[in-house]
Ligand binder design. Structure first.
Ligand code: GRF
Length: 210
């Protein structure tokens, strides 16, 4: 690929199974991206350990009361590693608008539902699966989307569907969705970094559909 592999920063807050799926994908010689830095807002995140085990620089940038300040400190770390793309993988903070604008069209997130259903502020982790079960939906899944200033509402890159079974608990549904997340995220990253899917095209199509 011209210019080498795309340089990814992965932002995490927790256990990092999606980070692991991305790291595993990058081991294939023909995968078009590499993880150049992992950043957590929480020092205890197990995802940091996964980064270290894979030989990838791992940094903690503690959350700040001033989100713009957090955004600036985060951008400094990303710049130091010449990151081109930002992948949120279980990152639990809402990025400040200045940061989102600076990386416009270059930030991806994965969400454990079929957006726009069961998304938005406060909809993360188990709460998503609880809400899906409570709604009586017969289907759920996961979504990779571009990050914009509107939480969980940026253009959709890819989705995967799973059935919701009658005897499902939050745990069984979460596990079924997670399996799809780990397949979907590396594939969505591939499509975006190779230019098969472009933010501007998706944003323009959504504008037309409105
Ligand atoms: C995933 O369900 C993801 O969709 C959501 O947070 C969870 C992160 O899990 N954004 P992990 O830290 O990647 O294991």
């Amino acid at each position: 690929m011209r210019g080498g592999r795309a340089r990814l920063a992965v932002l995490v807050s927790g256990r990092g199974t999606n980070l692991q799926a991305i790291l595993d994908a990058t081991r294939a010689a023909d995968y078009p991206a590499e993880v150049v830095v992992v950043v957590s807002d929480r020092p205890g995140a197990y995802a940091l350990e996964r980064a270290r085990q894979a030989g990838v620089p791992a940094h903690v940038v503690p959350w700040s009361r001033d989100p713009a300040d957090f955004g600036r400190r985060l951008a400094e770390v990303l710049d130091a590693h010449q990151a081109q793309w930002v992948c949120l993988a279980g990152f639990l903070r809402i990025l400040p608008p200045e940061f989102v604008q600076r990386y416009r069209g270059r930030i991806l997130n994965i969400h454990p539902s079929l957006l726009p259903a069961f998304g938005g502020r406060g909809m993360y982790g188990e709460r998503v699966h609880q809400a899906v079960l409570a709604s009586g939906a017969v289907e759920s899944g996961c979504t990779v989307h571009f990050v914009t200033e509107d939480v969980d509402a940026g253009p959709v890159v890819a989705q995967a569907r799973v059935p919701v079974l009658p005897d499902d608990t939050v745990e069984t549904l979460a596990a079924r969705v997670a399996e799809q997340e780990h397949r979907l995220y590396p594939e969505a990253i591939r499509r975006v970094v190779t230019g098969q899917v472009r933010f501007d095209d998706l944003a323009a199509a959504e504008q037309l559909a409105r």
